[in-house]
Design a protein around this ligand. Sequence first.
Ligand code: ADP
Length: 412
Amino acid sequence: MFGAVFALIFYSSVLLFVVIRHIRHRDELDRWLQTSELDVSTIPDGGSGTWGDLFASLARFVRAHSQSQQRLSLALQRMQSATSAMPEGVVILDDDDRIEWCNPMAEKHLGITLEVDAEQQITYLVRDLQFVDYLAARDYSHPLVLKQSRHHKLILSLQLVPYGAKQKLLISRDITRFENIEIMRRDFIANISHELRTPLTVIIGFLETLSEENNVDAEMNKQALALMNDQSMRMLRLIEDLLTLSRLESTPNLLGEKHIDVQVMLNDLYHEAESLSAGRHVIKLNSVPETQLLGNEDELRSAFGNLVSNAIRYTPDEGEVTLSWQISNGQGVFSVQDSGIGIDRKHIPRLTERFYRVDSSRSRETGGTGLGLAIVKHVLNRHQAQLKIESKAGGGSCFKVLFPENRIVSKI
Ligand code: ADP
């Protein structure tokens, strides 16, 4: 009897001990789950047995979980630094078109700041009506070209790309340069068409007169042929200048460089100037220090020739045109000074643009194509040289070309 009671007490105590142990471990687990942020070092020690195995498995799970968390956050960091380096702007929008995230380029393009504008409706920040319509239309097969963004004078291409459940990516690209090139291309074609059309209209008019049956006035016919010849030459000059420009643009590197004797070249230019002026102006050539200039002779002759011919064309009879070459602070300086009609200050920055003319009728009357200074600028760029224009309306002009030291071989 005593033995049975003792055994009962013993088993009850063991059972109690086991139950208390279970309750203690369960409380430890509960406390850990509530307080710990999945920190493996705070996982209770379950000792040996079931709880020991359970806590060991838990530690393994937490370790694996934190490793995968680290991998995820590394991948996220990599993704963020990659999108930050992208030349495109990227904005993540939620279902209601609110900003979830954006990269620095999108901040720049759209004039938004992630810190301040997160969770704001994108249409509240990019208020352009075209954009609002584009977003609402939900047809994102084509990008939208936005001409005026809120900040800067950028031209943007905006493309929405739906992804995930209901999110959208808004991708912005700065296409200002391409659009400007496109505008230049359109203007250029319009200008050429206009330049060719005018002489052609004159020629066609004369051809009609000449082909009339009752046309017998020999003197008038002679004049008509002379004028047709002038107009044809004008078209030829234009086409030659266009071909020169296209050659300069299509061969990006300077070919056929050699040492050019500047004295010889300036002497030739001086004689060309005299024949162009045909005694109407006083042409001077200042003494030229013996120098050799490294460059492409044909290109430089054509550029200098353009400056000389301009000086004569824009200087009234009896005026003076002076050519000179100097070495100043190691640089070679070619200059053409004239006492001509001069140029108002406001026109000077635009003179090297194609077809830019201060006085179109004077330019055409004197055989100008409006491309001379554009050719000069191209040639000088290829020689790392600079064009400096000093002029004022009615006060003559001085066109200077400055060559860098490494292109000059001075004999003195
Ligand atoms: P163009 O064939 O019309 O002369 P350019 O490109 O050579 O074309 O020159 C552009 C414009 O610059 C000219 O139309 C003219 O108005 C002005 N220009 C150029 N050189 C001179 C100059 N020496 N004096 C006054 N105006 C000039």
